[in-house]
Design a protein around this ligand. Structure first.
Ligand SMILES: Nc1ncnc2c1ncn2[C@@H]1O[C@H](COP(=O)(O)OP(=O)(O)O)[C@@H](O)[C@H]1O
Ligand SMILES: [Mg+2]
Length: 467
């Protein structure tokens, strides 16, 4: 049925919610977001809790580029309708956009458990690339399905699928599958960030390549590096690239997965993870959004926070076992929520500010994003000049928007290829605002009024607020 006959039907019965939703979906599918929103809102006025309408609302927010709004909507929908498989699936893909592979994986498994038809290899692959390997507490059936789906990403030392294996064996194997990350990103995919790249090379890549030389200087692989800075500037990407660069094990740990366990369990889980890293040395152990450990987070169950932090600290100190050969990499947008004890020397021994990309880095990032698209008449340097203050994610959004426009035109022209011109990209820049300003509004205050030991001097320098 085409959209005009749907609308004619709607004229006859304007309060027909299923019809309203059909029209809204037709508009969504052609990216006519304003129209879609109009019909959706009418539907929601009549049936405020209609799950399909709420799902489309979330999709609409995400298509309009409001990722965080989309996530809030989809989270509440999942809470309202925990059996709605499509909602979990959309949530999984939104989590991937947000870079939260672990949560994405949990949501994906839920969706597929509710409706096996929703299995989607491409999404699963994206989830794995975002750091979401298998979920240990998922039912065995979906585990093996997940393994099949990602066979090209994992190394399986142990491929037999025993139906009744010993519990310990399962735990050890799953822990490895859960956290081991293989990535096809390399430093080539990261624009700028030269200082971070150099730190990673010095702490893990070079020592592995030249062990004798490093030994002569009394240096070994390993240590701790914490990356902090505004969102969207490449911290998570940089870690994925590190995983791709090193020829050794890379373990990516979603703290949320640990935090949601019962008191006491999360500490022993954390210990197991560090032990796993030590067994696999040389190895990189990556904790994204490490501020999730902070005790004031509302999603932290009970008040077990302190215990977990202490456990983390003693693992970092390598108290019993020693962390030689283990590079602990952390990332956060909110270093002020990271417990002070982590920032003391000997734990994260390098704390690196990852600022928004400068002009040169912006040109590099633009070239990276232009690589696999039909981009023509494009001068990355001129482009970089026009997007001062943009994060890498903002630049990606510019490319996404221009791509969507060109694609829509291409569809209107019956499938003819419409290239993405430099002009079109610059026009898209004008429609977007740099997203990092808000972060600097609060960062400025921390740097000015809570700058213990000059921790945030880099922020002051960046903002030109130095004495
Ligand atoms: N330096 C960069 N080079 C290339 N792409 C970047 C860079 N920084 C950010 N991006 C783009 O923005 C997206 C989000 O960046 P991400 O690493 O998740 O930011 P952060 O972890 O700092 O919040 C990346 O997936 C990538 O597409
Ligand atoms: Mg990140």
């Amino acid at each position: 049925m085409d959209i005009n006959s749907l609308k004619a039907a709607l004229d006859a019965s304007p309060e027909n919610v299923p019809l309203l939703l059909l029209v809204a979906r037709a508009h969504l599918d052609t990216f006519e977001l304003d129209e879609a929103s109009l019909y959706l809102q009418q539907a929601i006025q009549i049936e405020p809790r209609n799950p399909q309408a709420l799902l489309m609302m979330a999709r609409l927010s995400s298509l309009a580029g409001n990722l965080s709004e989309a996530i809030v909507r989809i989270e509440s929908l999942c809470e309202l309708n925990p059996d709605y498989a499509e909602a979990w699936l959309l949530r999984a893909s939104l989590c991937v956009s947000e870079g939260d592979g672990m949560t994405a994986r949990t949501c994906y498994e839920k969706a597929v458990a509710l409706n096996a038809d929703l299995r989607n290899d491409k999404l699963l692959n994206d989830i794995i690339h975002a750091g979401g390997s298998s979920v240990s507490d998922a039912p065995a059936s979906s585990q093996s399905a997940a393994r099949q789906g990602s066979a090209d990403t994992y190394d399986f030392e142990n491929e037999d699928e025993d139906d009744s294996p010993s519990l310990d064996g399962v735990m050890a194997r799953d822990l490895e599958l859960d956290f081991q990350l293989r990535s096809d990103k390399t430093f080539e995919d990261v624009g700028g960030m030269e200082e971070v790249k150099e730190q990673v090379r010095m702490k893990i890549i070079y020592p592995l390549r030249n062990p004798q030389l490093f030994e002569k200087y009394g240096k070994k692989a390993g240590g701790g590096v914490l990356l902090y800075g505004p969102p969207g500037c490449g911290k998570t990407l940089m870690s994925l690239a590190t995983a791709g660069e090193i020829q050794s094990t890379f373990l990516s740990v979603g703290l949320h997965q640990i935090l949601n366990m019962y008191i006491g369990e999360s500490e022993s889980r954390l210990h197991e993870i560090f032990e796993l890293a030590r067994r696999h040395r040389p190895c990189v152990l990556f904790f994204d959004e490490i501020d999730a450990l902070a005790a004031d987070r509302r999603d932290m169950k009970q008040s077990s926070g302190r215990h977990l932090i202490n456990q983390f600290l003693s693992e970092m100190d390598g108290a019993q076992a020693g962390n030689e050969g283990v590079l602990i990499l952390g990332a956060t947008n909110a270093p002020w929520h990271v417990d002070n004890a982590f920032l003391r020397p000997g734990r994260f021994d390098r704390i690196i500010f990852v600022p928004p990309p400068d002009e040169e880095a912006r040109a590099q990032i633009a070239s990276i994003h232009a690589r696999n698209r039909p981009v023509v008449e494009f001068d990355p340097v001129a482009f970089a000049r026009k997007c001062d203050g943009f994060s890498g994610a903002d630049i990606q959004a510019v490319f996404d928007q221009a791509t969507e426009e060109a694609l829509t035109e291409a569809m209107k022209k019956g499938g003819e290829l419409v290239p993405i011109s430099g002009k079109r990209l610059i026009r898209a820049v004008r429609h977007l605002r740099p997203s990092t300003r808000k972060w600097f509004d609060s960062a400025r205050n921390y740097a000015l009024y809570a700058n213990q030991d000059g921790l945030y001097d880099d922020i002051l320098t960046y903002l030109k607020l130095n004495k």
